[in-house]
Design a protein around this ligand. Structure first.
Ligand code: NAD
Ligand code: UFG
Length: 349
């Protein structure tokens, strides 16, 4: 079976490629490399021993999409490609709407043309916006608080509409909570451009000495230690969720949303402590003001994915931090670093 992976050289896409190849799928990767590097493909090949067909293409280029679908017998699409920085989306909303929404519309149009009706879509817990209660379940009313989040919400709506119009469609909307960690080999991982926005990549760069200290955005939230609580999920668990979703859309039609989270929340201070434990490094931090737009607590009710996809997250916070740290020390400059020697030794103190 041949699966098109849009955004397949990116963070979550690359980990999903590994799991797909290891499970015997053929894959075709499309990416415009706007937020990733082709080197990730060499590393995926090294981990899996399998070849990958790659198109350096943009979803905004419909002609390229035609070529890809004509040259390959695509059975389903896993659609990761999109821009994802919340702050940036506030500054350049039109760019986000064009890239994420027009890109998806182009893809859907070409998929319909070629009779490919199966899609797994990367949505986000951001579609829950601010809610009164946790855990967050799929049936809650949705809202978004920034242009990035609105692109996810709008795409979910578009996908619902196409499914109503044509009953051939089979779509899984995967709402990721907070993906962290890296492949346990330390070969592929998250390689943010510039200074990271997200907590774990920031902590990793403090631990390795590239950044001097972490700012903890607020300790006056209504949480057990006052800092923000999130549902961190290991990227390999997330990747395996895509395989389960793919199996589901292969045997049914219609559209379904699934939360992919562990169902457990950790505070910023708990993440810092765990990272210190696995790295043996002190993480200097300073409590600062809240970051605008942040919510106090977010964690998933992931029982729907467990019941309908037979999926649940397996890896704990210690493994998430240990794997992020291994990726960081083996690749101090991300994919620009020389490819690491293989190591599976855990660095636990
Ligand atoms: P990423 O930036 O590492 O991967 C996205 C990939 O899409 C990149 O390789 C980028 O070059 C590519 N891309 C972007 N626009 C494109 C276009 N027009 N044509 C072709 N390629 C294009 O991000 P990621 O963390 O792997 O996220 C993957 C998906 O999951 C995104 O849709 C993101 O919004 C969603 N998501 C991510 C998180 C997270 O915290 N990482 C959380 C929730 C949802
Ligand atoms: N935090 C800090 N200091 C930092 C970075 C983050 O204290 O330097 C805190 C935040 O305030 C928050 C927690 O760490 O309490 C996690 O923050 P992240 O930026 O890692 O993650 P978010 O939950 O804010 O955002 C993530 C994704 C978004 C997505 C959102 C909702 O990055 O794309 O989840 O699903 F929209």
């Amino acid at each position: 079976m041949s699966i098109l992976i849009t955004g397949g050289t990116g963070y979550i896409g690359s980990h999903t490629c590994v799991e797909l190849l290891n499970s015997g799928y053929e894959i075709v990767v499309l990416d415009n490399l706007s937020n990733s590097r082709k080197d990730s493909l060499d590393r995926i090949k090294r981990i899996t021993g399998k070849d990958i067909k790659f198109y350096h293409s943009d979803l905004l280029n419909k002609g390229d999409l035609h070529t890809i679908f004509s040259e390959n017998n695509i059975d389903a699409v896993i659609h990761f490609a999109g821009l994802k920085a919340v702050g940036e989306s506030v500054n350049v909303p039109l760019h986000y709407y064009e890239n994420n929404i027009t890109g998806t519309l182009n893809l859907l149009e070409v998929m319909e043309k070629f009779g490919v009706y199966r899609m797994v879509f990367s949505s986000s817990a951001t579609v829950y916006g601010t809610q009164e209660k946790v855990p967050l379940s799929e049936d809650l009313p949705l809202q978004a608080t920034n242009p990035y989040g609105r692109t996810k919400l709008m795409i979910e709506e578009i996908l619902r509409d196409v499914t109503i119009a044509n009953r051939n469609w089979s779509i899984a909307l995967l709402r990721y909570f907070n993906p962290v960690g890296a492949h346990p080999s330390g070969t592929i991982g998250e390689d943010p451009n510039g200074i990271p926005n997200n907590l774990v990549p920031y902590i990793s760069q403090v631990a390795i000495g590239k950044l001097s200290e972490l700012k903890v955005y607020g300790n006056d939230y209504n949480t057990h230690d006052g800092t923000g609580v999130r549902d961190y999920i290991h990227v390999v668990d997330l990747a395996s969720g895509h395989l389960k979703a793919l199996e589901k859309i292969m045997r049914s039609t219609g559209i379904n949303a699934y939360n992919l989270g562990t169902g457990r929340g950790y505070s910023v201070l708990e993440v810092i402590q765990t990272f210190e434990k696995v790295s043996g490094k002190l993480i200097p931090y300073k409590i600062t003001r809240r970051r605008p737009g942040d919510i106090a607590i977010s964690y998933a009710d992931s029982s729907k994915a467990e019941k309908e996809l037979n999926w649940s997250a397996q890896k704990n916070l210690l493994e998430m931090c240990a794997d992020s740290w291994r990726w960081q020390i083996q690749n101090p400059n991300g994919y620009e670093s020389k490819e690491p020697e293989y190591s599976s030794k855990l660095i636990l103190n």
